[in-house]
Design a protein around this ligand. Structure first.
Ligand SMILES: C[S@@+](CC[C@H](N)C(=O)[O-])C[C@H]1O[C@@H](n2cnc3c(N)ncnc32)[C@H](O)[C@@H]1O
Length: 251
C-alpha cells in the first residue's frame, strides 16, 4: 500500500499524543520564536496535522485556525477540540492555495514540518503572503535538509563509528522513506537550503532569523546518535512590500 498523510493519520495522531519527544521538541522549537502572549493575534497553522501546534498557539491566547489537506488529520484535531476545547478552529485545505483563508486575515502563519510536504513551495509561499496582513510573520520548521536528504540513513561512518550518512542533498523533489515506522513513509519534498531562502526573498519576505537547535535531552535519550545534529531547520520571516512584478500586488 502506498501511504499518504491521510492513511497514516491515525498512526501519527497516536504517536504525537503518546508523548513523542521529537514532535514535542519540534513544537517547542517553533513556539520559541513566537510571543508568549498571543492575545489579539490571528494565526494560521498551515499543515496542522492533528493539532499539536495549533492547540499550543490557542493556549497562548491566539485566535487560531489550523488547516491540513488530510481530512483524517483534521478529524483528529476536531475530536481533540471537542474533548478539551481551547478555541481552535480547523479546515481541510491545501497549503498551496489556502482557499478557505481570507486575504490579509492573519498576523502570523506557522508551519511545523509541513512546508516540506507541499508539492509547490512557491505556490504555498504566495498563498501565505496573500493571507498575511502587512508586516505579518511566517515561522516554519522543516526537517533539516542537510541531514534528512533522500537516502540519508544511519550507518557506519568509518572504523565502526555509527552516525548519519548524508543522503543525496542536491536531489530536490519528492522521495519516500522505506522506514515503515517513520512519518516520511508518506513522502517528503526535499529542498536545499538555498531554495528555501530564495523562495522567501523572491516573494517579498525578509528573513529575520534561522535556527538549527541542538536536540533536547529527551530526544537524545531516545535517539543517542542524534546528539550534535539539528533535526530541524527553522525560518522566521516577515512579509514586506510586494516585490516588483511578482506576487499579489498588495502592499
Ligand atoms: C509532520 S506532519 C506535521 C503536523 C503538525 N504541524 C505537527 O507539528 O504535528 C506534516 C503535515 O503536513 C501536511 N501536509 C501535506 N501536504 C500538505 C499541503 N499541500 N498543504 C498543507 N499541509 C500539508 C500533512 O497532511 C501533515 O499533517
Amino acid at each position: 500500500m502506498t501511504e499518504t498523510w491521510d492513511t497514516i493519520a491515525d498512526w501519527y495522531a497516536e504517536r504525537v499524543r503518546t508523548g513523542s519527544a521529537m514532535h514535542e521538541f519540534a513544537r517547542d522549537v517553533l513556539l520559541d520564536k513566537l510571543p508568549a502572549d498571543l492575545s489579539g493575534q490571528r494565526i494560521l497553522d498551515l499543515g496542522c496535522g492533528e493539532g499539536l501546534i495549533t492547540r499550543a498557539l490557542a493556549a497562548r491566547g491566539g485566535a487560531v485556525v489550523g488547516i491540513d489537506p488530510s481530512p483524517r488529520m483534521i478529524g483528529h484535531a476536531r475530536a481533540a477540540e471537542e474533548s478539551g476545547p481551547c478555541g481552535a478552529l480547523y479546515a481541510v485545505d491545501d497549503g498551496c492555495s489556502l482557499a478557505t483563508v481570507a486575504t490579509g486575515s492573519v498576523e502570523w502563519v506557522t508551519a511545523g514540518l509541513s512546508l516540506n510536504n507541499v508539492p509547490d513551495l512557491a505556490a504555498a509561499v504566495t498563498a501565505v503572503r496573500r493571507v498575511l496582513a502587512p508586516d505579518g510573520h511566517l515561522v516554519f520548521t522543516v526537517p533539516h535538509p542537510c541531514f534528512e536528504a533522500p537516502q540519508a540513513r544511519w550507518g557506519d561512518r568509518g572504523g565502526g563509528t555509527p552516525g548519519r550518512i548524508v543522503g543525496n542533498y542536491l536531489a530536490e523533489g519528492f522521495w519516500r522513506s522505506a522506514n515503515p515506522e517513520g512519518a516520511r513513509r508518506a513522502g517528503n519534498q526535499h529542498r536545499t537550503l538555498s531554495t528555501y531562502v530564495t523562495v522567501l526573498v523572491e516573494h517579498g519576505f525578509t528573513i529575520e532569523g534561522t535556527a538549527e537547535p541542538a536536540p533536547g535531552a529527551r530526544v537524545v535519550a531516545e535517539q543517542p546518535l542524534r546528539a550534535g545534529l539539528p533535526p530541524f531547520l527553522l525560518f522566521s520571516a516577515v512579509r514586506r512590500g510586494c516585490p516588483k512584478g511578482r506576487c499579489c500586488g498588495r502592499r
